[in-house]
Design a protein around this ligand. Structure first.
Ligand code: C5P
Length: 398
């Protein structure tokens, strides 16, 4: 987790119950590498005190326009100089109204007016306050003024009511902040991916599967979404959450995976086959549970369709990317597969370097040759793959 390494963020916390989530947000942003400087409004400081934010961010916390700790006494200017963004979370209806009016009656509103960096705002309020025409007008104006409005979400509210106005969860806000800083290399593109293992039924309770965790495919789906693509993730059974910004189609078997891929394919610019699709499936899955006996048992297997090869062979084939996990002779096998399946790009790795783990060491293969990447977390590897892919798409378009 280093997606925000080198980023300086000013986090404004205003007076809403969701302030308790801001503490967790500070922790997550810091864990992702960001240098977080917290500014509290008077109301914000009533919910969670500066001590918590200071301990979690490792930086001084600012509450007062007249704070003399800054040598030149200009916290309202200095705090945002060199900052990559100001994020206000939670943002009350009141602070949103002030931002729209350009008011500057406390440190947070003053620095928001004096900033040179982007402003991100995560509203949090009671549903009636959110739905009020005044708030709706203000939020629309704030967005028109260039701010990025994150959420809110619908759900249970602290007041006991249910509706729109809940602040996004800290994990969701973290994801939005990370995505905000990613170059939109795949904007306007539709990407379909497969990920995870497949499960080939023997009977209603047994089947053949493999140890693919799905982590690489999910990380790649997330990287594509962060790069601005419309993403459809066709996934075999994994315990992983749906990556933000992706639409997931859940499948079990290779045949189901093929059907879901074909259904998602219209309009796709890119197809990436990351799934570890079972090469064979039981020829006759039993309708009822197979009973134990002391005799030998033979399971007849029949080959599964090769989804990637099928997509790549279509007359209207999108740009196809394959994966190859090998236990030896990576270059020869990977390049062989790329050519056999007629793929413009393939990502190869040695199984011992990636399967199931959070890190991966991969080599990219394309018509120009082999391009080894450094060992890195799968999220970072995914970003590098997207960069390479975007470069090839650009070349192909010219
Ligand atoms: O031939 P091999 O299975 O090693 O090829 C791996 C690549 O082909 C991966 O991109 C994988 O997702 C894809 N594949 C597929 N359908 C299969 C087998 C592999 O899409 N039945």
């Amino acid at each position: 987790m280093c997606e925000l390494k080198g980023r300086k963020l000013v986090l404004g916390v205003t007076g809403g119950v969701a302030a308790y989530k801001a503490a967790e947000l500070v922790r997550l942003l810091g864990k992702a590498g960001a240098d977080v400087h917290v500014v509290l409004t008077e109301g914000g400081a009533r919910f969670v005190t500066p001590v918590t934010y200071q301990a979690l961010s490792g930086n001084r916390v600012w509450t007062d326009l007249w704070d003399a700790r800054m040598d030149n006494n200009m916290a309202h200017i200095d705090l945002t100089r060199g900052a990559d963004a100001v994020l206000i979370a939670p943002a009350t209806a009141d602070v949103i109204a002030k931002l729209v009016q350009g008011r500057a009656d406390d440190l947070l509103t003053t620095l928001s007016l004096a900033r040179e960096c982007p402003l991100l705002v995560a509203p949090a309020m009671n549903r009636q306050m959110w739905e009020h025409p005044a708030t709706q007008r203000n939020v629309a104006q704030l967005a028109a003024d260039g701010a990025t409005v994150l959420g809110p979400a619908a759900g249970d509210q602290a007041c006991g009511e249910v509706g729109m106005g809940r602040m996004l969860e800290p994990e969701e806000l973290l994801e939005h902040v990370i995505a905000f800083f990613q170059p939109k290399l795949l904007a306007g593109r539709k990407v379909v991916l497969t990920a995870g293992p497949t499960f080939e039924a023997i009977d209603p309770v047994r089947g053949i599967t493999n140890t693919s965790s799905g982590k690489m495919g999910y990380a790649l789906a997330q990287a594509c979404a962060r790069a601005g693509a419309e993403v459809v993730l066709v996934s075999g059974p994994t315990g992983l959450p749906v990556p933000a910004g992706a639409r997931r189609a859940d499948v079990r078997s290779a045949l189901q995976m093929r059907d879901a891929v074909m259904a998602a394919l219209p309009g796709a610019d890119v197809f990436i086959g990351v799934a570890a699709v079972a090469d064979y499936r039981p020829a006759d899955a039993a309708e009822h549970k197979v009973k134990k006996s002391s005799a030998d048992m033979t399971l007849r297997l029949t080959p599964n369709p090769d989804i990637l090869a099928e997509v790549a062979a279509r007359a209207d084939a999108p740009f196809c990317v394959g994966f190859a996990a090998e236990s030896r002779d990576l270059d020869a096998y990977a390049e062989g597969k790329r050519r056999a399946k007629r793929l413009p790009m393939l990502v190869g790795n040695l199984v011992q370097d990636g399967l199931g783990s959070d890190d991966n060491l991969v080599i990219l293969y394309d018509d120009a040759g082999r391009h080894p990447l450094e060992r890195a977390p799968k999220t970072v590897v995914a970003r590098r793959i997207v960069e390479h892919l975007a470069g090839l798409l650009k070349t192909a378009a010219n």
